[in-house]
Design a binder for this molecule. Structure first.
Ligand code: ADE
Length: 252
């Protein structure tokens, strides 16, 4: 999968993503990260890309033309454009749809994705109307720019690309995939700071371990993200377990 990031801070994005698992995946040729500097498409000698908003108001806006020229240049590089198609372009903005695992899975199906990072007070609306296909926010807070948001999205999408994680099963079974949070995990030593690993995990009884892990996931979700439980598919036994758990926690 090829990610193209349109940004005023290409180093930030490249340095953030080219290390660790995503960097290794790129070295293996499973994906590519191409950060493109919008400033390279400035059309004046000062290389400025921002100007005052019509109608007044605080701050500056990114102008339409450098963003558009940058987009055209990125499109020329994509496979889709050779077939006469345009890849999806995500504009990172607090006004977008809130990013979640389902969206990550949907974007992971694309061969090519362009991410546009805004700065200052935003971008001239006219170019957004022409090029943006998806408006995405990573949460209800305002960042200084879209770069961190683009990196969050790319990380969440890239790990779903086959081969990126060491074992493909782990992407499937983790938090959110089945609308439950992950169960607690333990490694050596068996006792640390006086705390024991739950004995069931040392029992070697796989069915019981699976059952315990599901129950722990259910408890965690009920405690921390009860909203997710509405979508979780629980068996009748698990439903009973949850009711029991809730009753007991009300009493204690
Ligand atoms: N740019 C600034 N804040 C943002 C947010 N919360 N999500 C995505 N892009 C942003």
């Amino acid at each position: 999968m090829n990610f193209h990031i349109m940004t005023l801070f290409p180093d930030m994005v490249e340095q953030g993503l080219k290390t660790s698992i995503i960097g290794r995946a790129e070295a293996k040729g499973l994906l590519s990260i191409d950060a493109v500097n919008i400033r390279d498409y400035a059309f004046n000698k000062h290389q400025s890309v921002d100007d005052y908003p019509y109608g007044g108001g605080a701050g500056m806006l990114m102008q339409a033309e450098p963003v558009f020229q940058c987009y055209e240049a990125v499109c020329q590089k994509t496979k889709a454009s050779k077939e006469g198609k345009r890849p999806r372009l995500v504009y990172l903005s607090p006004q977008g749809r809130t990013f979640n695992q389902e969206m990550a899975e949907e974007f992971a199906k694309e061969d090519e994705l362009i991410l546009l990072c805004g700065h200052y007070e935003g971008i001239d609306e006219r170019v957004l109307e022409e090029i943006v296909t998806d408006y995405v926010s990573i949460g209800d807070y305002v960042l200084t720019g879209g770069e961190l948001a683009a990196m969050v999205m790319i990380d969440a999408i890239a790990r779903l690309v086959p081969g990126v994680l060491h074992n493909d099963v782990s992407a499937e079974f983790e938090s959110f995939q089945d609308h439950l949070l992950e169960y607690p995990q333990y490694s050596r030593p068996e006792t640390w700071h006086g705390k024991q690993v739950p004995p069931i995990l040392l029992s070697g009884h796989h069915a019981n371990i699976e059952k315990w892990r599901r129950e722990q996931s259910i408890i965690r979700t009920a405690e921390n993200r009860p909203d997710l439980l509405e979508k979780a598919e629980l068996t009748e036994k698990e439903q009973k377990f949850l009711e029991e758990y809730r009753k007991n926690s009300l009493q204690s």
